[in-house]
Design a protein around this ligand. Structure first.
Ligand SMILES: [Mn+2]
Length: 251
């Protein structure tokens, strides 16, 4: 049995890669971790008819002969597969864009530091001459845009931009994208952003503007990375560091 899986806290790039892997490997069964990002959950709740996913607890690990890992390169980021680490005869295929310093020892890998892992999957799909439906193209472009900040992050490569062009040609729906990528802040995030902006100071370190903000948070708040990006833009600093203190740490 062939399983494709990705990292916990699944974002659009990871979800896009899992779906793309099922197109590349038609016998592979897609398995998503228990924890999905908020926007991925909302996307799937609306478009669930297009996709079928197993949960890690549904997989009989004894029967897995090939594990396809996408958008991740360490065992602890996967959900429920660590027991396969030393399984004899297991094939592991890896598609990832996080560099090759992970602890998953693959039998075959496609690793390249591009802006989004979906770019690598799309190159493979293109090489196999596979056609992409418009719902798949929309999901893939959501992954690509999310991981590259709409092609503006410095990690973006020409390959990512080519992949975006191919997806628009395949009928990616930008309306679906804008509804799910960078959704409006929820109340918790807005409150936290407000608190953080009141606490910020900019300092100049060897010619670079830096801001360090320490804040206590009440329970789990999603997408802290997106919040930090906003802080960076609003304060116009080169780097911002957020130190988030959970109530449990006070005990
Ligand atoms: Mn990614």
């Amino acid at each position: 049995m062939e399983i494709v899986t990705t990292h916990k806290g699944t974002d659009f790039d990871a979800l896009a890669c899992v779906v793309a892997a099922t197109l590349l490997f038609p016998n592979a069964i897609a398995c998503l971790p228990k924890t999905l990002n908020h926007n991925v959950r909302s996307f799937l709740s609306l478009h669930k008819d297009h996709f079928t996913f197993l949960r890690p607890t549904d997989v009989n690990l004894h029967r897995v002969t090939r594990l396809i890992v996408v958008d991740a390169n360490t065992w602890h980021r996967l959900d429920g597969f660590e027991a396969l680490k030393d399984k004899k005869g297991l094939e592991i295929y890896l598609y990832d864009h996080h560099g090759n310093n992970g602890d998953i020892k693959s039998t075959w890998q496609c690793q390249q530091t591009v802006g989004a892992a979906i770019t690598l999957m799309l190159q493979a799909l293109k090489a196999q001459g596979k056609t992409i439906s418009s719902i798949h193209a929309s999901l893939f472009l959501a992954g690509l845009y999310e991981d590259t900040g709409n092609l503006t992050f410095s990690s973006t490569t020409a390959e990512d931009a080519h992949a975006a062009a191919d997806l628009l040609e395949a009928g990616a729906d930008l309306k679906i994208l804008s509804a799910f990528v960078n959704p409006a802040y929820g109340r918790k995030q807005r409150d936290l952003l407000f608190t953080m902006l009141q606490k910020t100071e900019r300092s100049n370190l060897n010619g670079s503007w830096v801001s360090i903000i320490q804040v206590r948070i009440d329970g789990f708040v999603e997408n802290l990375a997106v919040l930090m990006q906003t802080i960076c833009q609003v304060l116009n600093v080169d780097a911002a560091f957020g130190i988030f203190q959970y109530p449990a740490a006070d005990a």
